[in-house]
Design a binder for this molecule. Structure first.
Ligand code: PFF
Length: 453
């Protein structure tokens, strides 16, 4: 448990602080880096449609379930299940979540490190005068080198740890509140530029016109993984965060607002990327994990004041990544502190060092360790796939079963309605979704992906 100066359990204070912190966790590289390249590889519009239905039918119920568990138990993600279901095997969900958090932290910091490097490159005006091919080459040279990406990754992990050490309220709330509206404005500006470039219309068609011939079981599992990753659900990040929520927070509204904000940012990122890509003559499936780093500098170079815009964009993206990575690291730190009585400072250092070690292998996946592959995926992609497409959905499946079938009807209703203070019109729908729709849908997607159905 993290204690503040007065010896009480730390918590979030204002309503806006809660939404900002939960949205800060959800909105990050998942929306701006991961969403566009997964959409690109998965055929565009049809993927978007499936993704959106997953957010509504599966994502929001899982998020709300995490809120119910976390605020009721007021414990870390492992301790929460021990508290609500003592003497059962349910805390296994917590263990899975902690493993997922750790793996995600390792590869997330790779991309966050790239973002920091691009802040630096923007500042030294490194994109100036380079054509599309040169910008792509510049990125690939950076991505495959063995020093710089590791250096920036370490800086990012240290930044995350420093914020974690400053405590929940002072740290997280303060940083997430102010800056995200600016990121939204910049994304809108980039989207406007992107759709006004010559030949950009096909990019919009790609993003919004469903072509169902591109859909197969892998793509569907990918949409599920993307939804879970982007919403920060399935591993207890939001169980941990909601354990700091006060009793008056309206959990259902918070889940809606956070999910809507998350989807809007992802779609805006798509509008900023695909039209520009088509205008530059690039193929949507080209780019992979490096997509935004190759495409966006081209857009910045075609914007008045592009120098400043590019600096601002990458700084804000790095901050969005930070507000997410602190929610990931907090899962592991809160677990170590509350379950093993380790000092918060030591728990943070242990987590950061271990994540940096595993993270090193992720970062060197395109260079030094490029030959290490599993089923055609390099180390980075393997960890990303395992965490996003397997661990998170599996965690989400168990979480909805826990709330839908293990917890008592009255327990869930009491927590969601703030002990009867709120009138819950959607409780029936929520109940139906967590008991039937979400578990069945997630199970079918899994069985389908491994070829059983
Ligand atoms: N949702 C974050 C993003 O979109 O960047 C990443 C993330 C945070 C994933 C927390 C999972 C998590 F528990």
């Amino acid at each position: 448990m993290s204690l503040n100066e007065s010896g009480k359990r730390d918590g979030f204070t204002s309503k806006f602080g809660i939404i900002a912190a939960a949205a800060g966790s959800a909105i990050g590289l998942g929306n701006i880096w991961r969403f566009p390249y997964v959409v690109g590889e998965s055929g565009g519009g049809a993927f978007l449609l499936i993704y959106l239905s997953f957010v509504i039918l599966l994502g929001i119920p899982v998020m709300l379930s995490e809120f119910v568990i976390g605020r009721k138990a007021k414990r870390n993600t492992f301790g929460a299940f021990k508290e609500i279901a003592p003497g059962t095997w349910w805390p296994v969900i917590g263990v899975m979540g902690i493993i997922a958090a750790f793996v995600i932290l390792a590869f997330y910091s790779t991309i966050a490190g790239w973002t920091l490097h691009y802040v630096y490159t923007s500042i030294i005006n490194g994109f100036q005068g380079q054509n599309t091919a040169e910008l792509t080459l510049m990125f690939e040279k950076f991505q495959t080198s063995s020093f710089l990406p590791v250096f920036w990754q370490l800086i990012f992990i240290i930044l995350t740890a420093v914020i974690i050490l400053s405590g929940v309220k002072k740290g997280i709330e303060k940083y997430s509140k102010i800056l995200m509206p600016f990121l939204l404005l910049l994304l809108i500006a980039l989207s406007v530029r992107s759709i006004t470039l010559p030949g950009s219309f096909d990019g919009l068609v790609f993003l919004f016109k469903p072509d169902f011939s591109k859909i197969d079981s892998t793509v569907i599992l990918g949409a599920l993984g993307q939804a879970f990753f982007s919403l920060s659900i399935g591993m207890g990040a939001l169980i941990t965060y909601s354990s700091y929520f006060p009793s008056r927070t309206n959990l259902a509204n918070t889940a809606f607002e956070v999910s809507i904000a998350d989807v809007i940012i992802a779609i805006l990122a798509g509008i900023a990327i695909f039209p520009a890509m088509f205008s530059l003559g690039m193929q949507p499936e080209q780019g992979g994990a490096g997509l935004i780093f190759m495409v966006l500098p081209n857009v910045f170079m075609q914007i008045p004041g592009g120098y400043i815009v590019s600096i601002a964009f990458f700084i804000l993206l790095a901050i969005a990544a930070l507000t997410s990575s602190i929610s990931i690291m907090e899962v592991v730190v809160a677990f170590l502190v509350e379950e093993f009585n380790i000092l918060r400072r030591n728990a943070t250092i242990i987590t950061a060092v271990a994540a940096a070690f595993v993270g090193l292998f992720c970062t060197l996946s395109w260079g030094t360790f490029e030959n290490i592959t599993i089923g055609g995926r390099n180390i980075f992609d393997t960890l990303d796939f395992t965490a996003s497409n397997v661990l998170l959905p599996l965690g989400g499946l168990l979480i909805v079963i826990f709330v839908g079938w293990y917890m008592k009807y009255a327990e869930v209703e009491d927590e969601m309605s703030n002990q009867g203070a709120l009138r819950l019109k959607i409780f029936g729908i929520f109940r139906f979704l967590v008991r039937f729709i979400a578990p069945v849908a997630i199970a079918i997607i899994f069985l389908n992906a491994i070829g059983i159905i």
